[in-house]
Each structure stands twice: as C-alpha cells, then as structure tokens.
Design a protein around this ligand. Structure first.
Ligand code: 5AD
Length: 283
C-alpha cells in the first residue's frame, strides 16, 4: 500500500468509527423519548418527580419535563385542560422532542356504571364527543343533542355535514405495542380494576344520563375526558404510536363522587407501563 492509500484508508476508518463511539458514550441523547401527557398538575407531578436528570422547558403556557427513566429518555408534558390545549401540546411535543410513543393519561368520568373510582380504562380507541351537526329546529323549539348527527371532521374536504361519509365517528385506535405493555403490568395495580374500553373526549363534562347512554350505544364509550381523542388525532396525523390511560375519578352513571386522589394512582400505574414499554425498546 502506498503512503497515500494508507492515509485514505485511515481517514475512511476514522470517519466510520468516530460517530459510533460518540453515540456509545451518550446513549440517551440519540433516542426518541416516550412522551407522557397529563392535563393538570395533580395528573403529572408525581411522574415528573420520578425522572432522573430533569430539565424543565416552558413554551407559552405549556410545560415539559425532560429526563430519563431506567436510562431511557422520557418527557412528561402538562397539556392543560381541554381539546385545543391538548392538541397544541401534542404538536409542540412532536415537533420539539420527536417522541417514539405517546401516552395520554389522567382522570375521567365513567360512562359504564360497573366502573368504580380508581378503575383504569386502557383506550382500545378514542372518539370525539364534540363533533355533531344539529338538525334544524325553528326558534323557540329548544335543543336536543340526542338527535344531533355525528360528524367526522377528518372524513372529507367537503362542507361539513353534507357528505354521507362524514356521519361516522372518527375513531383513533390505541397502539398494540403500548397496549401490550399496559396489560403486562395490570396485575401490579392494586387500587382497582384495569379494563380495556373506548374513551370519549370533548370540552363538555356530561351529566345527562340519556346523552351518556347515547354515546355508549353509538360509540361504545366506557369513560369520558377532555383530552385523549384530540391528542390521539394529532398522534395519528403525526404517525406516532398512542395510548390513552384513564382512571375513573367520578361516575355520574352510578353516583360515585369526584376523587382527585385518583390522579395519583393513575400516575403510579402509568409509571409501571412506561417502564414495561421502555424494556421492549432497542437501545
Ligand atoms: N367529564 C369530562 N372530563 C373529566 N375529567 C375528569 N372527569 C371528567 C368528566 N366526568 C378530566 C378531564 C379534564 C378535567 C376536568 O378532568 O380530562 O382535564
């Protein structure tokens, strides 16, 4: 080999090995984090407090805690309440952190009378409870959401409500891998049952039993909240695996009154879910 060729071979070898050795020294930084969302302080502070090497980032009204769990990067996000806040927080997180998966978790109201406080619903899918077209009623005829038509805002480019394809609810399925991780730690949760079910979301807290019965009959909802379906919609458009995990904090269908402490129990469970999911990821 000539001196020139030896130098070229050395430079190529150096070029190939340097990036590898750099990433081997800092494994956590190259990995896409698991994102865990919650709307309120009582739904995220316990999880954020369990991360190692935490860095806090504030963007507008939203807060993100970036750290590690079992050596893997995790971002905890306080989305604030409601569908617009949750959607915006999800976009911000996808853009800034490129999450490998998203878990939206927190409290919810039961739609299924057999669900008691502290029971947890794993979202097989989520749906909007806020996308409808009302039927015409003349002035003075009142309002009846029971006869409103379902509207799928994702279905077409046409004007909302005039396309027959738009009258099915948009459904956002939970990710199979995240669901498997959640089911794998089900036995560790001692505060209540862990069940699979449909989560409905809107900016409305429903207490009309006939309307809740309609949602159950048409969409199969087990519980309602104000964030899951909107975060799931953004996750779907962004092609990021997603799962909703909701603890029953109140249930108007059986009279169970609101208990804010349920939010802590949900975080304890989700902590185990994240650990189980991280264990399945390649490092
Ligand atoms: N209906 C709607 N949202 C509920 N939440 C808890 N219970 C309910 C309910 N019955 C959650 C929402 C929101 C906050 C009001 O608590 O997700 O963040």
């Amino acid at each position: 080999m000539t001196a020139h060729r030896r130098l070229s071979a050395f430079l190529i070898a150096a070029f190939l090995t340097v990036p590898l050795s750099v990433s081997a020294q800092s494994p956590a930084t190259d990995l896409r984090p698991v994102l865990v969302q919650g709307a309120m302080q009582l739904e995220i502070e316990k999880l954020a407090g369990r991360l190692a090497d935490v860095k806090v980032e504030r963007v507008g009204g939203w807060t993100f805690w970036s750290g590690t769990l079992d050596g893997y990067p995790v971002v905890v996000s306080k989305t604030l309440k409601g569908v617009a806040n949750a959607a915006a927080a999800t976009v911000l997180a996808v853009e800034r952190h490129r999450p490998i998966a998203i878990i939206n978790q927190g409290t919810a109201g039961g739609h299924d009378p057999s669900l008691r406080l502290y029971d947890i619903v794993l979202g097989t899918s989520s749906v909007s409870l806020g996308a409808f077209k009302s039927r015409y009623r003349p002035a003075g005829a009142g309002s009846n959401p029971l006869d409103w038509k379902v509207l799928d805002l994702m279905a077409s480019e046409g004007s909302a409500g005039n396309d027959p394809n738009e009258h099915n609810v948009a459904r956002f399925p939970g990710d199979v891998g995240l669901m498997a991780a959640a089911l794998s730690v089900k036995q560790a949760y001692k505060r209540g049952r862990v069940v699979e079910g449909v989560i409905g979301s809107s900016d409305i807290w429903h207490e009309e039993l006939d309307l809740i019965a309609r949602f159950r009959a048409e969409f199969g909802t087990s519980a309602e909240d104000m964030e899951t379906a909107s975060a799931a919609q953004i996750a779907k458009l962004s092609k990021v695996p997603f799962l909703g995990v909701r603890v029953v904090s109140d249930n108007i269908t059986n009279g169970d009154p609101y208990d804010r402490k349920t939010g802590e129990a949900c975080q304890d469970y989700v902590y185990q879910v994240v650990k189980a999911y991280i264990a399945t990821l390649k490092r």
